[in-house]
Write a protein that binds this ligand. Structure first.
Ligand SMILES: O=C(O)C(=O)C[C@H](O)C(=O)CO
Ligand SMILES: [Zn+2]
Length: 280
């Protein structure tokens, strides 16, 4: 069980970073470890990234996760969104049980005191990718199946970016305070996500890349549009994307990723598009 903190970095500092410093600050490996609940708390809109892969015993938020946010319990003043990218999973929240299949999501409103994460079959464990963020109001818990998510097809084979965006925590699907969360799946032969690129200074973003074979990776592009940098990202590694940064990438094969945002608005289309000629 690890807890790590990431402070927010200004682009002026980021542009002095070598590969190692870029990776230390913006890459988040090791969230989905069998038998563990691992957490990275960021100062980007105070979004927390976590992974829980329960085996024989359920995993739970503990006093350490409450202390991290200075509250009586972790979700006292936070909301939670998660997507299961593993085997069948079971989550218990204040006595209510939610059974989540592959690619199902769950929303828990602030004030939820007891949360446990379990796998139905420890030989085929659930893999819960979790985000929590500060919340100003309590919204009801909701299980969002992959069929209930809003599917938005985008891109084309010609530009190698044919993909479907599944919006789970989105104002058209359910109310949340600030968390917006979804999953993008590229079609076979397509490798580019989020191209043309954009920024949204009003919201930060985080990605968890998954379904990358062992010998594959994505080249994740970040940085100001006029000063891009890259991170080589392997399977089930996450990135944090500061509000000043573009966030897009190309894989050595097709893949999927979960994106999440927190900040001043929940408007998915509130993006500042970057003209292709302006990327450097
Ligand atoms: O492939 C895409 O395009 C996306 O998944 C978009 C990202 O989620 C995004 O940047 C939303 O702001
Ligand atoms: Zn974005």
């Amino acid at each position: 069980m690890s807890i790590e903190t990431r402070y927010a970095i200004h682009w002026r500092e980021a542009e002095t970073f070598d590969t190692e410093a870029l990776r230390e600050n913006f890459l988040v490996p090791g969230l989905l470890v069998p038998g563990a609940l691992n957490v990275t708390y960021t100062h980007y809109d105070r979004l927390m990234l976590a992974g829980a892969v329960p085996l024989g015993e359920p995993l739970a938020f503990t006093e350490a996760h409450a202390r991290l946010v200075g509250s009586e319990h972790h979700l006292a003043r936070r909301e939670l969104g998660l997507v299961n990218i593993g085997g069948p999973g079971r989550i218990t929240a204040d006595g209510t049980t939610f059974d989540l299949g592959f690619q199902d999501a769950l929303y828990l409103g602030s004030g939820t005191a007891d949360v446990t994460f379990a796998s139905v079959d420890p030989a085929n464990p659930a893999k819960f990718y979790i985000n929590t963020a500060p919340a100003h109001a309590r919204h009801p818990a909701r299980h969002i199946t992959k069929e209930a998510a809003k599917a938005v097809p985008l891109g084309s084979q010609e530009t190698a970016n044919k993909r479907t965006i599944f919006q789970y925590l989105h104002p058209d699907v359910l109310p949340t305070c600030q968390l917006v969360m979804g999953l993008t799946r590229l079609e076979s032969g397509s490798v580019w996500n989020t191209m043309p690129a954009h920024t949204h200074d009003r919201r930060m973003e985080a990605y968890l890349y998954f379904e990358l074979p062992e010998n594959a990776f994505t080249v994740h592009l970040m940085g100001r549009p006029e000063a891009t940098r890259h991170l080589v990202v392997r399977n089930e590694e996450a990135i944090v994307s500061p509000p000043w940064s573009i966030h897009c990438g190309a894989g050595t094969t097709s893949y999927a990723f979960i994106w999440s945002m927190a900040g001043d608005n929940q408007a998915f289309t509130d993006m500042d598009m970057i003209a292709m000629q302006d990327l450097r």
